[in-house]
Design a protein around this ligand. Sequence first.
Ligand SMILES: [Zn+2]
Length: 429
Amino acid sequence: MSERSIEVVLDIQKGNLINAEKFFALPEDKVFKGRRKLEEYNQRNEPLLVCSCCYQPVKIRGREQGFISIHFAHFVDSGDCPYKSYNKYTKDEIERMKYNGVKESPLHKKLKYFITDSIKLDNRFSNVKTDEVYKGNGLLKEWKKPDVSGKFNNTDIVFEIQLSTTFLSVIVKREEYYKKNNTFIMWFFNQFSTDEDSQRFTEKDIIYSNNNNAFIINNETISITNANNKFIFGCYYIEPYLENNCVKRKWQYKTVSIDELKWDYENYKVYYYDSEGETKKLKNKLEYSFIEEFKTLIINEDNFEWKERYRLYQLYEHKFAQKGILFEASSTALKKIIQAILCLKLNDKIGYENDNVLGLSNTILEYRKEYYGIYIKALKCYNKYNDVLQRDEKKGIFKKKLSKLQSEKVEQETRYNKLFQILFPELII
Ligand SMILES: [Zn+2]
């Protein structure tokens, strides 16, 4: 039975995978130059391209005549390989073999030991190990071999380097595994493109599942680490911003240290910038921007002639209604109490003639009895209550009115509680 051709080979020098189909689709001169280079390496017994499953060196074989086209092949005397006896191994096993193969590249090894040495500089790290077998604490006898593992204070963490990002299934399984074992996982890339078209699928998957943060170790961060005697790495993150009433996003870059990371104990991931949280905040801000606009309208309503004012109030009634909050903005009593609360909040005398907060308070307690409860709350919340009591000391009108309302248990308007909650969340606990 003829041997199956090798679909993917590993450039052991650079740590990246080469797809056979793509490679042999290159212009003929490139393929043959490559073949010559590979031949030279093989003759020197120096590995260049190896099988992605068994890591044995490969050669490029082709027949000038006949039915076999040009392809990667094992040497005749090579050992066993899943490509030779395909049915012996499951797809998962083959993926894992390929994944582990990438870890054999010199660059991968260099970065692995760099991380190990760097975190050892920090005495909050203990039990730092390279390539140590990690056993889960469940009944499952599953184990993994992370590039670097250790404890940061009392938290278990593993570091994995991702030079080749072909292995989504392995990565997803790893993340789930460590999460199940209450262990943080931090991925490092050695290069990163912020051009989303050229980002590979797996890269995107890691980034998106990591709060849009991607950690980098490259020559620059290695120099910074060495110069500072402290582990410093790069972080690319997506920062949202508002433009034309839309949330847009842009990539940012910063060199950061372990101290600047936030620990997400729900997903067992670390991040520098809370990209999702900030995006949510901006979306909320956009969604609820009409609330501040409505307050501004109430403050400035005298600036509009009645027709325009009417149109605007209707517009906001509609916007609030979409959030399930119904009210008639033209209701004078309601508008007056909102204005009074805004007076207190903004230290202004919106729509009221009173010179001071005592005058305003007496007016409300006299004419807006059905809202006195929320008004008193606002006095206290915006630190005006003591001022009112002091000014009231001489005549005692406010005190008298308030105790009368309290003893009579004057019924309060509750229809607009939802509206007050959204306008003045600080008043409603
Ligand atoms: Zn092989």
